[in-house]
Design a protein around this ligand. Structure first.
Ligand SMILES: Cc1cc2nc3c(=O)[nH]c(=O)nc-3n(C[C@H](O)[C@H](O)[C@H](O)COP(=O)(O)OP(=O)(O)OC[C@H]3O[C@@H](n4cnc5c(N)ncnc54)[C@H](O)[C@@H]3O)c2cc1C
Length: 460
């Protein structure tokens, strides 16, 4: 069946539309987890919605399962092919179709790299505010299907909040076009939500209408240090009150993270001495270039005076701001070294976060002594904590179990932004009720009765 299918797809998609044999590079074997890589027998690369519809209709007819691939930067195994699956890559379905300044929207194809979307918006004088470390490689379709978060969620929301319309192809090849361009549209079900954050299990996204915003007229960046998480939360409240809606990033790094990253990135300058403080990277976007810098400085000055923070360093140039971000983005630079670690992107109500971290540290120490190095950091304005636990690979399953059990106890989420994929599937019940999981199963059965789209992902 596979070779017949391959022939018919090749005939329809033409040269470059199907890669087989040695042309299937390592790139298609796994997402950024690089866990259990598997070379698919062939990779289909449609360059239009119509081609993708043809491909899925053909796969549906013979019940051929597929792994859906965007930029392959995902961190939960979702795009990694399983045995018996072919891969469908969106890489040729790429490009910005247009920008509508009046309705402040842009229309893009799903395989467009996020950075290209940002650049196109900037060239037209706008901001597309979704931003994450993998911006150069991840695709907007992957971002939407994982409901990606990133650095500016505190101001603009996650990918879901930035999507007005979508086009997707269902498992049987049906094209569902819902390319709404209005902020308000309550005419019936909001069908695009079926495809946002569902990780390619209910349909393949082909195009999207995105919200864009006026580019900020001024930006300020600072690094602060605070004694503990309670002070960090006070700082967040202080900035929310004083900077109104202008606070666009609030990234927190614990000493374990700062020490690990600064020891590995050559030439990285850390603005404060390592004294056990937590570091907070803050960004403010404003509309008053003349007065914003002084206002920002005064707000941080007050935080110092009120004893909320220990120290603050304000970036005096774009270069200095980039240097501060290097510490936060440094986790991408050490990606290889920590690839085999247990990665957590969890969220817990902020008021319970310290208790949860203490409980996890206690559990890991009780089970493994000093055997687990932890890196703790996160987009804390959104209650989102990243935790990397470098342990003996043999202990990893136990580490997952300990951490996720605590997350469940503290009413948190086992995935704040990266998704479930295969890596977290077995723990979904710790964040979702039995009736929620049953409804996910029913939706999946209805939209993909032969289970050909990313089977085995997300739903236990
Ligand atoms: C250095 C680094 C930093 C990161 N930082 C963040 C961060 O701050 N916030 C965050 O949320 N994530 C982050 N990620 C994770 C990752 O970049 C995101 O999950 C991203 O949205 C994945 O996009 P992608 O195109 O690479 O998708 P892929 O990895 O190719 O796929 C991810 C999932 O989406 C599905 N999929 C892909 N394209 C489509 C489509 N067109 N239609 C339907 N389903 C599709 C796949 O089947 C898979 O299940 C980071 C990753 C790295 C490596």
């Amino acid at each position: 069946v596979t070779s017949q299918l391959q022939d018919s797809l090749r005939a329809r998609l033409g040269p470059g539309g199907v890669l087989a044999g040695d042309d299937v590079g390592q790139r298609y074997e796994a997402d950024a987890t690089r866990q259990q890589p598997l070379r698919p027998p062939f990779v289909v690369r449609p360059s239009s919605t119509e081609e993708l519809s043809f491909v899925l209709r053909a796969c549906h007819e013979v019940a051929q399962p597929v792994a859906v691939q965007g930029g392959l930067t995902g961190l939960c195994g979702g795009a990694t092919p399983h045995a018996g699956e072919i891969a469908i890559s969106l890489e040729r379905l790429s490009g910005v179709e247009g920008i509508d300044p009046a309705s402040m929207t842009m229309t893009v194809r799903a395989g467009t790299p996020l950075e290209k979307v940002q650049e196109a918006a900037a060239a037209a004088g706008f901001l597309f505010p979704l931003d994450l470390g993998a911006r150069g490689s991840c695709t907007i379709g992957g971002n939407i299907s994982t409901n990606a978060g990133g650095n500016e969620v505190i101001r603009y929301g996650m990918a879901r909040a930035l999507v007005l319309g979508l086009e997707a192809v269902l498992a049987d090849g049906t094209v569902v076009s819902s390319m709404n361009r209005m902020l308000k549209n309550n005419a019936g079900f909001d069908l695009k939500q079926l495809f946002i954050g569902t990780e390619g299990t209910l349909g393949i996204i082909t195009r999207a209408v995105l919200r864009i915003f006026p580019a900020p007229l001024s930006a300020q960046t600072a690094m602060c240090s605070a004694a503990d998480l309670a002070h960090v939360i006070r700082l967040l409240q202080h900035l929310r009150r004083r900077l109104a809606g202008g606070l666009s990033s609030f990234e927190v790094m614990w000493p374990d993270y700062v020490d690990f990253i600064s020891a590995r990135i050559e030439g990285l300058r850390v603005p404060f001495a390592a004294d056990g403080s937590l570091f907070v990277l803050i960004e403010h976007e404003g509309t008053q270039p003349d007065s914003d810098p002084a206002m920002f400085e005064a707000v941080l000055g007050d935080a110092l005076q009120e004893g909320i923070i220990r120290d603050a360093a304000i970036a005096r140039s774009e270069r200095e701001a980039a240097e501060f971000w290097r510490l936060r983005d440094g986790i991408g630079d050490v990606h290889r070294e920590i690839a085999r670690a247990a990665h957590f992107d969890i969220s817990v109500p902020l008021g319970s976060l310290q208790a949860m971290i203490d409980a996890v540290k206690g559990d890991l120490a009780a089970n493994f002594g000093d055997g687990v190095t932890q890196l703790t950091f996160g987009h804390l304005g959104d209650g989102n904590l990243h935790l990397v636990a470098l342990s003996d690979p043999a202990d990893q399953e136990r580490v997952f179990e300990l951490v996720y059990t605590r997350v469940g106890e503290f009413d948190g989420s086992i995935s704040a932004e990266h998704g479930i994929g295969t890596v977290k599937r077995r723990y979904l019940h710790l964040s979702r009720s039995a009736s929620e999981i049953e409804l996910m199963r029913r939706l999946k059965k209805t939209l993909d009765p032969k289970a050909i789209l990313n089977p085995g992902r997300v739903i236990p």
